[in-house]
Design a protein around this ligand. Structure first.
Ligand code: FES
Length: 135
């Protein structure tokens, strides 16, 4: 059964079982996201890897007891909610009003991306991501 909600003033239909991010993507509305993929488990079900490799370089986890830390890029504002929520975890609701672009969201996403980039080994794609985050 479908429900209706509004994302950035655009009324869309979504399945009750969908998250806000899934509904937005299905309606061709973009919400930034890094750790969501339809074929992967949600981040809260993932444990950090002990070690990963880039070429022959080994990177060891320094905190195996910590849960996976989400990317936090999919934050959205929802009318009636005091703080932004992760759209990849928030189920859609009938009549929900979602905002995906605002100065507050941009600042939070930039902070979250900066946190990720500061802890990521150097890769060719990072300068491109830094430029996009600053735009
Ligand atoms: S996509 Fe990473 S926290 Fe939602």
């Amino acid at each position: 059964m479908k429900i209706e909600l509004t994302i950035d003033s655009q009324q869309i239909e979504a399945e009750r079982s969908q998250t806000v991010l899934e509904a937005a993507l299905e309606a061709d509305l973009y919400i930034p996201h890094l750790c969501y993929h339809p074929d992967l488990p949600y981040f809260k079900d993932i444990s950090p890897m002990e070690v990963c490799y880039r070429g022959t370089q080994e990177y060891c986890s320094d905190n195996q007891s910590a849960g996976y830390e989400r990317c936090g890029l999919c934050l959205v504002e929802i009318k009636g909610q005091p703080e932004p929520l992760l759209s990849c975890l928030t189920p859609v609701e009938e009549g929900m009003e979602v905002v995906t672009v605002s100065p507050k969201l941009k600042a939070l996403r930039q902070d979250n991306l900066a946190f990720i980039l500061a802890r990521t080994p150097p890769m060719p794609v990072l300068p491109v991501l830094r430029e996009k985050a600053a735009a």
